[in-house]
Design a protein around this ligand. Structure first.
Ligand code: GRF
Length: 211
């Protein structure tokens, strides 16, 4: 079974969705640890309540980004993960760190990338008059919120939506697609060629998709 470490900075609802999928028997992975850069991240208590090991590597205790990333890397590697899952982990990562986990670190971003990398995505989508918005799971590369796209979900932007309304609609879909992406990774179904991801589905699933 593939070993997964999840990194969070806050409430951890995506992490909780992954833990829930695993507990429901829908995600055959071993979630070996949840690590936060903030000691007060709400998701840490959630993870502990599910019996998952937690750790904190506080970025504030390090003088440089390089020092923090090195300490974080050492902590992560102590759990020997096959996959590192960024789930609302609000830190810009150094190239060395990202390259260490090349092909085995994924992120979820609340927009239909390559539109709206960075922060305040829901507000920006409303201001741009988008009729569709959504979320993207992608492999992490050194450029922020770029990297090969594994799966996306789109939702409508409705008249009168506030950023919070839209965020809530998107978040529901995040919880669905993140588990799906991790399941594909765990089953070795993801192929990346020239920056494009394809999913190799077993024959039975191909049939369902084709119908
Ligand atoms: C999500 O919207 C995710 O897409 C973004 O940060 C938010 C984290 O939410 N990267 P949660 O901590 O998983 O609830």
């Amino acid at each position: 079974m593939k070993r997964v470490v999840i990194l969070i900075s806050g409430r951890g609802s995506n992490m909780e969705a992954l833990v829930g999928a695993r507990e429901a028997g829908e995600l055959p992975v071993d979630i070996v640890a949840v690590i936060s850069n903030k000691a007060d991240a709400g998701g840490l208590a959630t993870a502990q309540a599910h019996g998952i090991a937690t750790a904190v590597v506080a970025h504030k205790e390090f003088a440089t980004r390089e020092d923090f990333d090195a300490a974080l890397q050492a902590k992560i590697d102590g759990y020997q993960p096959d996959l590192v899952v960024l789930a609302g982990f609000l830190r810009v990562l150094t190239t060395a760190f990202v390259e260490h986990y090349a092909g085995r670190m994924i992120n979820i971003h609340p927009s239909l990338l390559p539109a709206f990398p960075g922060l305040h995505t829901h507000e920006r989508a409303i201001e741009a008059g988008c009729k569709l918005h959504g979320a993207t799971v992608h492999f992490v590369t050194p450029e922020l919120d770029h990297g090969p796209i594994i799966v996306q979900a789109a939702v409508p932007v409705l008249p009168g939506d506030t950023p919070d309304d839209l965020a809530a609609r998107v978040l529901k879909q995040e919880h669905v697609i993140y588990a799906r992406a991790v399941r594909w990774f765990a089953a070795n179904q993801l192929r990346v060629k020239k920056g494009v991801v394809t999913v190799e589905l077993p024959d039975a699933q191909q049939l369902v998709v084709a119908q």
